[in-house]
Design a protein around this ligand. Structure first.
Ligand code: E4P
Length: 217
């Protein structure tokens, strides 16, 4: 399973990239707004940090506008790794069909059911993004949806990658991997949490203090 980082914060992206574990980046309008910077400028800067798929989301609600925005993003950002993030809706599916016919990669976002994932894949989406954490927030099991979609795509031999999105904990990431997800997009703080275990941290301290006691003799 690949790791993408789910943020538009370039400092966090640089830190994750330096760890050597990320293959791509996902952003959304909320994450971009949180940075308070120009959308194009941020995605361009991210393009200079990560050599992999970078999802940038369109905000139009009609297919025509989505396709126009996608073309503008490609023209202004000039990164062939750009992935156009499209919200799940019938207009979005129309846009995915057109964009994939033009050879553009797409990520259909806000997936909350296997039926939606099937439609997105049928329209030609490169990725589908089921939102694990947001389902959990409403008393459903987000990981069950990931397993369901992974099972269907495997059975049907559907060539569309699943991104576990809205991951909120290391456990979400582990369970997404167990379910056979292709990618988990993970906030920096969760990636950082994944590096730790109390026994690892305590073990490092113990080795260092034992080493110091040796050199004190
Ligand atoms: C990723 O593609 C999504 O935009 C993101 O994971 C949403 O996460 P949230 O539910 O924590 O906002």
């Amino acid at each position: 399973m690949q790791f993408f980082i789910d943020t538009a914060n370039v400092a966090d992206i640089r830190k994750a990239e330096a760890m050597g574990i990320i293959s791509g980046v996902t952003t959304n309008p909320t994450l971009i707004a949180r940075e308070g910077r120009d959308f194009i400028e941020v995605v361009k800067e991210i393009s200079g940090i990560v050599d992999g798929p970078i999802s940038a989301e369109v905000i139009s609600l009609e297919a025509e506008g989505m396709v126009r925005e996608a073309k503008e993003l490609f023209a202004k950002i000039g990164n062939p790794n750009l992935v156009i993030k499209i919200p799940m809706c019938s207009e979005g599916l129309k846009a995915v069909k057109e964009l994939s016919a033009m050879g553009m990669h797409t990520n259909v976002t806000l997936i909350f059911s296997a039926a939606q994932a099937l439609l997105a894949a049928a329209a030609g989406a490169t990725y589908v993004s089921p939102f694990v954490g947001r389902l959990d927030d409403y008393g459903y099991c987000g990981i069950d949806l990931i397993s369901e979609i992974a099972d269907i795509f495997r059975t049907q031999q559907i060539d569309c990658k699943i991104i576990a999105a809205s991951t909120r904990s290391p456990l979400h990431v582990i369970q997404a991997a167990q379910a056979g997800c292709d990618v988990a997009t993970v906030p920096y703080k969760v990636l950082e949490a994944m590096t730790h275990h109390p026994l690892t941290d305590r073990g490092i301290q113990q080795f260092l203090s034992d080493w110091d006691s040796l050199s004190a003799n």
